[in-house]
Design a protein around this ligand. Sequence first.
Ligand code: RET
Length: 244
Amino acid sequence: MDLTLDSWLLIGTVGMAFGTVILALLALTLRKADRHHGTLAVGITAVAATAYYALTYGLGDITVGDVTVQSARYIDWLVTTPMLLLSLGLLALPSGVRGRSWTLSTLVFLDIYMVATGFFATIADANTKWAWYAFSCLAFVFILVILFGTLMSAVKKAGNKKLVKLYSNLAVYLSALWIAYPLVWLYGTTGQGYLSYLDENTFYTFLDLLAKVGFGFLLLWNIKKLSLTTKVKKGQSTVDALMK
Ligand code: RET
């Protein structure tokens, strides 16, 4: 069955809205000290549902040359991707966050830089497009270095086996999906043009649902499970309780 562009964008809107409700219900069952995980997860899908609603009606679409640029996508990414990295990062640096806050600040900065330069790559002409694309990819590489270098060693040093496993699984899940974005961009109408505008939107909708609803669900579900199987003191977060 071939779906139209509007149908895919509607699937994105409904999927994100439905995901928001499910994640909110799950978040309400978390212990109070774990609720920050819920706030981030629910906030991320709520922003995306709104962005997909705008995309469905072509709000924010701009035409540059013969390419349609969906600026609502980039606004969504600008807001939600730092939130996604924060939710992952907070698993590795719980109460020690203050001492290591430069790591999270750098992650947020690199991510904003990646999306902003990615947007410029999208609207730039052939002369500078690839320079912007390279800046964006470079920021992405540094993000991966922090996720698998700095934060991975932080959690290995401070966390117990269960926490290390949760962090590594989610870091791999997140990165595997995120790597697909620059590829869709490269092969899509924004880059080489091998994919049609419809294909590009289909891929982004799938990826966004997995990267936001899927990620949020895995995170909250596992925090919930760990909170039930770990000795957690009153007022303490589950992640803190999993620290050595
Ligand atoms: C762009 C193009 C320029 C090069 C790079 C990109 C990376 C984008 C990424 C986006 C992630 C989005 C997510 C959305 C969730 O719903 C801007 C496509 C590196 C990694 C996770």
